[in-house]
Design a protein around this ligand. Structure first.
Ligand code: SAH
Length: 392
């Protein structure tokens, strides 16, 4: 294994187990390493720090282990075993719940790797060339993971790997094949489209927040904005909402939502879905048309550079909803942008509230669920932020 050297004093964050080595922290004169190669990292005085995957880019090495360690089947079996033990402790593998996140990158000490489980199928996403090269070992370890019941492994990294690495990944089954795509979340059925859908096909990260929404739904007129697969809508229907309207700009999302509603509540006249732009829909919306609204937009800031515009976007969106909510409404509002901090998001929502002039209380402060854990040494892993507001 080749060993890369840090500039003097650049080991500070690594000594606190932060798993990233930025390219600027490395001395210029390094051995020739290939993208995706397993490398060692040492301090300027030659103290060994850890083993990781090398990548061309601002994060040059993602540390996999803070020791001199072989990155082989034994390593992945151990890490996947630990990750699965956590999910078992969380009680997420149940007859009425067959979908959960098994691996959440740095949060599970596997930077560059995401794995979601849908019944007997695991959907694997590599975010680093190093993990791409390990995909077959990972797939084998997954089907050998005792008690997890994984029989099929679908690899889906066409859009998650750095384009410049020219790895040309194919989305395909590494093991097994298609055996159906119905998964259960808290007893509700969902068709998961990992072949064509966004991310791994489903936003597993809103499970707990959907359950909270159900609790508030009884007798309410619900608007699920940015509905994607209709997760929040199905929970609202189960919670005895008076009516549920789902909105997404993508026709495909509307088809998925209608199908998931039909799967759980066939022929239920309380639900309608609209393929429309969120801002246009809110502009046309009548005052008081809804008294429970969900705003779960895509990440407005994918990078730090887009931060200011993103914050303006959150403010505008929330203002448009707050302005027209019926008195006594509940608003679930989210941001999944990693670049936006909890404080910044709250400030954007605060600005929207002030602009609307309404009396607003914060009822809940929401985050990502426990199967999307945050590595305590890598606070950047906290990305999902939500507020539940009571609007008088
Ligand atoms: N709430 C969903 C996840 C939302 S993902 C869940 O629980 O699963 C974000 C969604 O916003 C995507 O489906 C995307 O198609 C939609 N979207 C993006 N821009 C939009 C816009 N301007 N208006 C309406 N929908 C939009």
């Amino acid at each position: 294994m080749k060993v890369l050297k840090l500039k003097k004093g650049k080991e500070e964050s690594l000594d606190r187990f932060h798993p990233w080595v930025f390219s600027g922290a490395l001395v210029d004169n390094q051995p020739d390493v290939d993208e995706g190669e397993v490398v060692g990292v040492e301090t300027s005085s030659g103290r060994f720090i850890g083993t990781g995957h090398y990548q061309i880019g601002s994060i040059a090495v993602r540390i996999l282990d803070f020791s001199d360690r072989k990155i082989d089947a034994e390593f992945f079996a151990e890490r996947l075993g630990e990750a699965f033990a956590v999910r078992k402790a969380l009680g997420l593998q149940r007859p009425d719940n067959t979908t959960y996140r098994l691996v959440h990158g740095e949060g599970d000490f596997l930077p560059g790797l995401v794995i979601d489980i849908y019944g007997p199928t695991a959907v694997v996403q590599a975010h680093s060339p190093g993990m791409h090269y390990c995909r077959d070992i990972i797939a084998r370890c997954l089907v050998e993971l005792k008690g997890a019941g994984i029989e099929n492994v679908y690899y889906k990294s066409e859009t998650t790997l750095p384009y410049k690495a020219r790895l040309d990944p194919q989305n395909d089954y590494l093991i097994g094949g298609y055996v159906g795509n119905e998964a259960l979340e808290n007893g509700l059925k969902f068709n998961i489209d990992w072949l064509r859908g966004q991310k791994t096909g489903f936003f597993v990260d809103q499970r707990d927040n959907r359950a909270l929404l159900q609790h508030y739904s009884k007798g309410r007129k619900v608007l699920n904005m940015f509905c994607y697969t209709g997760g929040f809508s199905v929970y609202a229907l189960r919670g005895d909402a008076r009516l549920v309207h789902s909105v997404d700009s993508s026709e495909k999302a509307i088809t998925l939502t209608d199908a998931n509603v039909a799967l759980n509540f066939p022929g239920d006249a309380r639900h309608r879905a609209y393929a429309e732009d969120a801002f246009k829909f809110l502009d046309k919306m009548e005052d008081g048309a809804y008294d429970l609204v969900i705003l779960d937009p895509p990440a407005f800031a994918k990078h730090r550079s887009a931060l200011r515009n993103a914050l303006r976007g959150y403010q505008k969106l929330n203002f448009k909803a707050m302005e027209k909510l019926a008195p006594g409404s509940i608003l679930f509002t989210f941001s999944c942008s990693q670049a936006v901090s909890r404080e910044q998001f709250r400030l954007a929502v605060f600005s929207a509230a002030a602009q609307s002039g309404r009396k607003i209380r914060i009822l809940h402060q929401l985050t990502q669920p426990a199967d999307h854990p945050v590595n305590i040494y890598h606070p950047e892993g906290e990305y999902l932020k939500g507020l539940v507001l009571y609007v008088e």
